[in-house]
Design a protein around this ligand. Sequence first.
Ligand SMILES: CSC[C@H]1O[C@H](OP(=O)(O)O)[C@H](O)[C@@H]1O
Length: 369
Amino acid sequence: MSDQDASPVPSLRWVELPEGPVVVLLDQTRLPREEVEFFCTDVPALVDAIRALRVRGAPLLGVAGGYGVALAAARGFDVEESARQLAAARPTAVNLAWGVQRVLACHRRILDAGGTPEAAARAALGEARAVHREDAEAAERLAESGADLLRELVPGGGLRILTHCNTGRLVSGGEGTALAVVWRLHRAGEVRTLWVDETRPLFQGSRLTAYEAAREGVPYSVLPDNAAGSLFAAGEVDAVLTGADRIAADGSVANKIGTYPLAVLARYHHVPFVVVAPTSTVDLATDTGSLIEVEQRSGHEVTEPVPGTPVAPLGARAYNPAFDVTPPELVTAIVTEAGVVSPVTGDDLADLCSPPGRTSRLGNGMMNS
Ligand SMILES: CSC[C@H]1O[C@H](OP(=O)(O)O)[C@H](O)[C@@H]1O
């Protein structure tokens, strides 16, 4: 890692170069060893980067998808076909298709109204920037609501929080989702330890969350995923905080593989299991968790997680779903920028899609949106 005191490299930015605009990504596959940016001058490069997890994490995928459409428009590529390819690059995180569709709809509106391709491209870029900005704003509200919720669920400070995968600045236009809550609590002196699941097979916990925690000065320890049970048994976990890739209408939560066992452990040990995600991750069109498409990835990620260093015999087959689905009855609360709901008590996520200003239905109405 380079200088930890320097400002973090933005996870994604739009840059106007003399030869045309580019989408610039902080290449997450190179972290934590080096902070290297990856330049996408066309949509196929961005699609490949999304598939390879150079850019990843549900909210940032929405932002990337939006800028991808803007890139296609600005560079004169086939916008409709580019949008189709971008939306299909990864299937589980609903934000990707959401961001693509939002910017595509804006582009179509201008053309349908008789606007020039140049005007449509400008509008698409404006909409992509709005997606980016709104994600940063949502992250602020997630941090605030999530921190308040944790204080209510686990009073007394000195929190020992277990998290899985990576949900910080790297996945957000702002400070993140679940980790944004941790950063907020840490600045208030309320975090004793952040337990960081290494998150196999690609180590997004030990590579990325630990990298971010070090930057933030949060006391953290990395643990093998299969050590979580003994940590709970030792009474060392006060709360589990994770992000989400898609939340079905019934409150089922698709998140990085290994999340569901944590929710089971949390229930057994009477520890709150809290999911933090923007409303762009809520998919009311998917009724239940069983309908969520779970991305299956190459077995090589399991048998050779570090290229060149096999950890299984040559030719070994592998089971490698990228996500699992936690049923609503195990989810203590879902924190969004629009409010907090408690699936475990049967709260209705559709309430979050009503106009702003509502009061959440968690507990005794203790969380206001
Ligand atoms: C706040 S979303 C982060 C989310 O992204 C992960 O998936 P992936 O790394 O495969 O894009 C994971 O499920 C995290 O919770």
